[in-house]
Design a protein around this ligand. Sequence first.
Ligand code: PLP
Ligand code: COI
Length: 352
Amino acid sequence: MKIEKTFLSQLRKVNFKKISFGSYYSDHMFCSEYRNGIWKNSTIKPFGNIVVSPISLVFHYGQAVFEGMKAYKDKNNNVFLFRPKENFKRMNRSAIRLEMPSIPEEIFMNGLKKLIDLDRDWIPNNYGQSLYIRPFLIATDGILSAKPSKNYMFMIISTPVDSYYNKPLKIKVEEKYGRSVSGGVGFAKAAGNYASSFYPTRLANEEGFDQILWTDSSTHTKVEESGTMNVFFLFKDTLITPKFNDNILSGITCNSIISIAKKDKIKVEERDLNILEIIEGLKNGELKEAFGCGTAAVITFFKIISYKGIDYCLPKISDKNRISMYLKKRLLDIQHNLSKDPFKWRFLLEKS
Ligand code: PLP
Ligand code: COI
């Protein structure tokens, strides 16, 4: 792999006390090209603009998929990636659905390891902070016909981050717009899924809500996800989360929370969840907590769920009594090497 280091690190410009999502990008980026069936030219170079044709397929037909993962530091400045192979596998599941080439594991993992090792000083070492890593794959053929590209570019960039949300969220149950359809691309991390969510989310924002709670687009009764998060609802002492299906992105955070909860003897059900069960639970007090989870969001709890124009408040519970906060700490402690890792999720990044 060719490695071209930057002459002038931008690290001194970063104020680690104030790092909102994506405000700074680390010094280097990884890039690999797919040309006529062969991956070539894997390179790490200084972060900067790339040159692509204005008729690149990605701009016109949206052939683009991406991933989101994080690197953490422990107190001794050891660096850990969290379950990177899960992101690798999901990226290729997304790529297949968008008729894009799979990325060889060696290219993904070597690019990732070398890049993050080179930019390890960009990883904050405060609890809860991390380096957010964004691998992405785009179609680069300069041809206007609507057909899959023959050429692609796979890249990895990274940005130091704090948690994505800094307050409990007000959520609106969406009954008009849909995020995904059965047989569609909802399970994939396809760029277009995000573009299509922006308009309904902006409408919800204008009504005073932070995020949408997506429901299935045919009946608008089954709960799916919220924004860029999978969701959990605590009914009495049981956590319920919608079972992954082809409408739902199979979140690595959600999967990790399910494993931690099961290990800690917290009851968890993965199943279809009807919005009326949630409203009933809010009315009769059986719904104790509701929260979203994701790589960027970590765990963020909901304070209001709005359905058919009525705002329902979740019970006010102190943080120390919240299952969501307990699970968040369990997860962060594993990620920051503050507790044992019975699941073998931490991936130590060797120093070169
Ligand atoms: N759902 C959507 C739509 C997302 O964008 C994300 C974020 O990646 C998630 C769920 C959570 O997935 P993960 O925990 O793998 O980040
Ligand atoms: C993530 O949590 O990794 C995401 O992809 C969220 C991002 C779209 C802001």
